[in-house]
Ligand binder design. Structure first.
Ligand SMILES: CC(C)(COP(=O)(O)OP(=O)(O)OC[C@H]1O[C@@H](n2cnc3c(N)ncnc32)[C@H](O)[C@@H]1OP(=O)(O)O)[C@@H](O)C(=O)NCCC(=O)NCCS
Length: 383
C-alpha cells in the first residue's frame, strides 16, 4: 500500500489549512461561536445599524467614524466615485461575452496610472489610505456601468447623493432603486466587506508584500475571488437553485448530488464548521424578500438542501447561499453577484494591503520537493 501524503510529510498542511500565515488586527473569525467582528465590532451590528461606508471607514481608519467624519468620508467617496472615461472605452472594446469579473479586474488594472498618488512609494501610508478610498469609491460605478456597457448602453454619471449600494443599483438599472432594495444591498455589502486571511485577501497581501502597489494587490484579489470555491460560489449556488426549479424537486436533486459526490455550492467553509453567522442573517433577509415578493419557493428549496446537508454531511450553508437567492429576488443578474462581492471586499483588501505594507516582510513560503533528483542529462540528439 502506498504511503499517504499525511504519513510521508506530517509537517505539511494541504491547502495551508490551520497554518498561521500572519498577524492581523482587522477582523476576527470565531469559528466556535460562528461570529465575525471587524476591528472588535460584531458584523451584524454594523450591517443592521450602520452602513457599508461606516464598515469601510472602520476597516481603513481602525475606528468607528463620528457623524462629521462619516459625512466627510461620504463626500470624498462621492467625488472619487467618478471613473475616467478611458476605463469605459477599454471595457467597451472587450469581447461581448466577457464575464463581468474580468471587466472589473481589467478596470482596476487600467485605473492604477490615473491615481494621483501613482508614483508614491508603496510604503507611503497616507498615500495608501487615499488610494484605498479611491479604490473603494469607484467600485460601484465600475460594476454598474460595466453591466450597461455589455448591454450596449452608455455609462451613466454617478449621482453624488447616492451611497455606494444605491449608486450600483441606480447605474445598473438606470432608475432610482426602492429603499428596501438599497437597505438589503447595503447590509450584504457590510457582511461581505472583510473576512480575514481568505484566499483572495491572502493573494492581495502576497502581492503587495513584494512592495508592489495597492492596485496590483486588488487585481490579484479579484482574480482569486473569481473561482467557484471562493467568491464565484454565489453565482454557482443560484444556477443550482434554478436547476432544481421547484421545492418538489429539491430532495431528489440533493440525494442524487450527494450520491454522486457533487460539491454543493454555497455550503461548507474552511473556517466555520458550526455555521457561518452571515448566512443565518442573510437567510432571514432573503426569506423576508421572498415573502414580500410572493416568491417563497427559493427559500423552501434552500430549507430542504440545508436540512439534508446538515443531517448527512454536518455541513452548513455559507453566506453565498442565501445571498444568491436574495440577489435574485432583487432582480440582480446572476453574473453580477461575484462582482458585487468585489465591491464589498475592496475595503477588506485595501485594509489588509495597508496593514501588510505598514509592517512588511516578503511572503515566500517553501515547498517539499517530491520529484526526481540527479538525473543524467542526455543531449537532445540522443533521446
Ligand atoms: C469552502 C470549501 C472550499 C472549504 O473547503 P475545505 O476546507 O478545503 O474542505 P474540503 O473541500 O476538504 O471538504 C471537507 C469534506 O467536506 C466535504 N464538503 C465540503 N464542502 C462541501 C460541499 N459544499 N458539498 C459537498 N461536500 C462538501 C468534502 O467533500 C470533504 O469530504 P471528504 O472528507 O469526505 O472528502 C468547500 O466547503 C467547498 O468547496 N464549498 C463549496 C464552494 C463554496 O461554497 N465556496 C464558498 C466558500 S465561502
Amino acid at each position: 500500500m502506498s504511503e499517504s501524503i499525511a504519513d510521508k510529510y506530517p509537517n505539511y498542511s494541504p491547502g495551508l489549512e490551520g497554518v498561521i500565515a500572519g498577524i492581523s488586527a482587522i477582523s476576527d473569525i470565531d469559528s466556535d461561536r460562528s461570529s465575525l467582528q471587524y476591528r472588535g465590532y460584531d458584523v451584524h451590528d454594523l450591517a443592521e445599524n450602520g452602513s457599508y461606508e461606516e464598515c469601510a471607514y472602520l476597516l481603513l481608519h481602525k475606528k468607528l467614524p463620528s457623524v462629521s467624519e462619516l459625512a466627510e468620508f461620504k463626500s470624498v467617496i462621492a467625488v472619487e466615485r467618478e471613473v475616467p472615461s478611458y476605463i469605459f472605452e477599454i471595457l467597451a472594446a472587450m469581447p461581448k461575452n466577457t464575464h463581468p469579473m474580468d471587466l472589473v479586474r481589467t478596470a482596476y488594472s487600467a485605473l492604477a496610472p490615473s491615481d494621483p498618488d501613482y508614483t508614491k512609494p508603496s510604503t507611503d501610508h497616507d498615500a495608501n489610505i487615499r488610494k484605498a478610498v479611491r479604490i473603494v469609491a469607484k467600485a460601484s460605478t465600475i460594476v454598474g456601468n460595466a453591466h450597461r456597457i455589455r448591454n450596449g448602453l452608455a455609462p451613466l454619471k454617478p449621482n453624488p447623493n447616492h451611497g455606494i449600494a444605491e449608486n450600483f443599483l441606480a447605474l445598473f438599472s438606470g432608475k432610482d432603486p426602492e429603499p428596501k432594495t438599497v437597505q438589503v444591498m447595503d447590509a450584504s455589502l457590510c457582511l461581505y466587506a472583510e473576512h480575514g486571511f481568505n484566499a483572495s485577501t491572502f493573494a492581495n497581501r502576497v502581492t503587495v508584500a513584494t512592495l508592489s502597489d495597492l492596485y496590483s494587490g486588488v487585481v490579484s484579489g479579484i482574480g482569486t475571488l473569481r473561482g467557484p470555491l471562493h467568491g464565484g460560489a454565489n453565482e454557482e449556488a443560484m444556477h443550482m437553485i434554478l436547476e432544481i426549479g421547484e421545492p418538489s424537486n429539491a430532495q431528489a436533486w440533493i440525494d442524487d448530488a450527494l450520491a454522486t459526490k457533487k460539491k454543493i455550492m454555497g455550503f461548507g467553509h474552511r473556517e466555520y464548521k458550526k455555521g457561518d453567522s452571515r448566512a443565518f442573517y442573510m437567510t432571514k433577509v432573503a426569506k423576508e424578500l421572498g415573502v414580500e415578493a410572493g416568491i417563497t419557493k427559493y427559500g423552501e428549496i434552500a430549507d430542504i438542501l440545508e436540512k439534508t446537508m446538515l443531517e448527512r454531511k454536518n455541513i452548513y450553508p455559507n453566506v453565498d447561499f442565501p445571498s444568491a437567492y436574495a440577489y435574485y429576488l432583487l432582480g440582480i443578474p446572476i453574473d453580477l453577484y461575484t462582482p458585487l462581492f468585489v465591491v464589498a471586499r475592496l475595503a477588506g483588501y485595501t485594509a489588509h494591503a495597508i496593514e501588510q505594507l505598514d509592517n512588511n516582510r516578503l511572503i515566500r513560503p517553501t515547498a517539499i520537493y517530491d520529484g526526481l533528483r540527479n538525473l543524467e542529462y542526455v543531449p537532445i540528439s540522443q533521446r
